[in-house]
Design a protein around this ligand. Structure first.
Ligand SMILES: *Cc1c(COP(=O)(O)O)cnc(C)c1O
Length: 502
């Protein structure tokens, strides 16, 4: 990022006959491929691969790696994503051969260490969330949402109410995965509005309640970055109506060591170990979830459950007749569980609270620095992230949040989350996390304030941004809808395509 380097694609570097490696002559008898594989399975022409030297190939991959932006390169303020620093001790522990070479079909007697680790992680997450039991089987946040709804469905079915309860309530500020998970689980989704103070609108909730409602999916802190002060009341109302409440706990960062969601009244929640508990993520890499449940959902948890026997050994327990079964092969993404365990042990129980406290302090400091230029969507103390609007720049200077995000690239920063939650116009959602220093937050805030000045004085600078990146503004809708992954001997990235609607 930052420096404009124009280097040819590896295909363009290709010179016929140039070789990267010279393998020794084959000294075993060969058989024509067509005989081995069948005529129809063998290509007539060799594939059109680039012909380059070893040095060209090396430079190609090294340059590509330098074009990546990641948390190890710079600040990553993506709200709702919790891009915190992933301590290297986690990686060291996850790379221990005892963990990497463990086979999921090894007998329990040879897997005691792995089972103990998962058991301890379950115990830690129970203590942090306040729930009666935790499963580690889900491998993403959305997967945890689906798993939670499957548990809720099994609960209603066990009471003979499965047919009747067909509706899941979801706030209008929710992450898109919430309604998607509910729909995937066969539910009809009803949207519940957020009130002017950023809390769940209790009157609208009351009006939506009936004996057809199976559950509500609530996010707390909400995606407005606010603690939903009506969450406890909402749980009471849902319970009175015979329904259960799921908490989207992807953003647990503000609460760790401060609030136990089970105490608010939730029946279940998912945690994103790959956000709050510092497993590297982004780009769809392997995630790890965990789902905590209250007593009434325990019988339905997936099997196998990881338990401690009366002799103090660790075992996989399958004998749970009401279980919904498996939701993943084996036991979840094990090495991510190792990372989360290492992270929690490195902090230690007493220090966990500092995660929540510093996450909230950093987000409020960020907001205090930028609020005169980017007012908050709702003017309250924020939690782990602040949600601000750039709508006045759009109204007065035709500069959108999108343009501001693109201009941030010129300042060397990854942009924050934009246009989410959907209820905030020209929205920027900034989550510094607890691992960033005051100096880094200041640098980012200064860049945003500088860009706000540019928006008023030279709006065209923002309309055409970024200016200093290897690739200029992309046709984002085109890139998503007409994905070209294969080199076809043409320019893949159109230059300076006008901004598209998001
Ligand atoms: C990230 C996130 C999710 C989804 O988590 P995945 O692991 O990406 O499936 C759900 N809800 C919220 C609020 C999130 O921030």
């Amino acid at each position: 990022m930052g420096r404009q380097v124009d280097f040819p694609l590896i295909f363009e570097r290709s010179v016929p006959g140039r070789k990267g490696v010279l393998p020794p002559a084959c000294d075993v008898p060969t058989q024509p491929l067509a005989e081995l594989l069948g005529e129809q399975n063998v290509r007539l022409e060799p594939p059109a691969l680039p012909e380059v030297s070893e040095l060209d190939a090396l430079r190609h991959y090294t340059r590509l790696s330098q074009r990546n932006y990641g948390i190890d390169i710079g600040f990553y303020p993506l709200g709702s994503c919790t891009m915190k620093y992933n301590p290297r001790i986690n990686e060291k522990v996850a790379a221990l051969s005892g963990f990497t070479h463990a086979h999921p079909l090894q007998p329990e007697s040879l897997s005691q260490g792995a089972l103990q680790l998962m058991y301890e992680l379950q115990q830690d997450l129970k203590a942090i969330t306040g729930f009666a039991e935790v499963t580690l089987q889900n491998v993403a946040g959305a997967h945890g949402e689906l798993l939670s709804l499957m548990l809720i469905k099994a609960y209603h079915e066990s009471r003979g109410e499965g047919q009747k309860r067909k509706i899941v309530l979801v706030p209008d500020s929710a992450h898109g995965t919430n309604p998607a998970s509910a729909a995937l689980c066969g539910y009809t989704v009803r949207s519940i509005p957020t009130n002017a103070e950023g809390d769940t609108d209790l009157d609208a909730l009351k009006a939506a309640l009936s004996d057809e409602v199976a559950a509500m999916m609530l996010t707390n802190p909400s995606t407005l970055g606010l603690f939903d002060r009506n969450a406890r009341k909402a749980c009471e109302l849902l319970h009175e109506a015979g329904a259960l409440v799921f908490c989207d706990g992807a953003n647990m960062n503000a609460l760790v060591g401060v609030v136990r969601p089970a105490d608010i009244g939730f029946d279940c929640m998912h945690l994103n170990l790959h956000k709050t508990f510092s497993t590297p993520h982004g780009g769809g890499g392997p995630g790890a979830g965990a789902v905590g449940v209250s007593e009434r959902l325990v019988p339905f948890l997936p099997v196998p459950r990881i338990v401690q026997t009366s002799e103090g050994r660790y075992a996989l327990s399958y004998d749970h007749p009401q279980s919904i079964g498996r939701v993943h092969a084996f036991y979840g993404n094990f090495l991510n569980l190792v990372r989360a365990h290492a992270y929690l042990r490195a902090y230690g129980g007493e220090n966990l609270r500092t995660i929540g406290e510093f996450a909230v302090l950093n987000a409020n400091y960020m907001l205090a620095r930028i609020r005169h230029a980017f007012p908050p969507a709702v003017d309250r103390l924020c939690m782990h992230e602040c949600v601000v609007t750039a709508k006045h720049y759009k109204q007065q200077y035709n500069v959108r949040a999108f343009d501001i995000a693109k201009r941030l690239l010129d300042y060397g920063f990854h942009p924050p989350t934009m246009y989410f939650p959907l209820i905030v116009p020209e929205c920027l959602m900034i989550e510094p996390t607890e691992t960033e220093s005051k100096q880094t937050i200041d640098m980012f805030a200064n860049a945003l304030l500088e860009i706000a000045r540019e928006a008023m004085e030279q709006p065209e600078l923002l309309h055409n941004a970024p200016h200093s990146t290897p690739v200029r503004r992309l046709d984002e809708a085109g890139a998503a809808k007409n994905l070209i992954l294969r080199w076809q001997g043409m320019v893949i990235y159109p230059q300076e395509v006008p901004a598209c609607a998001c």
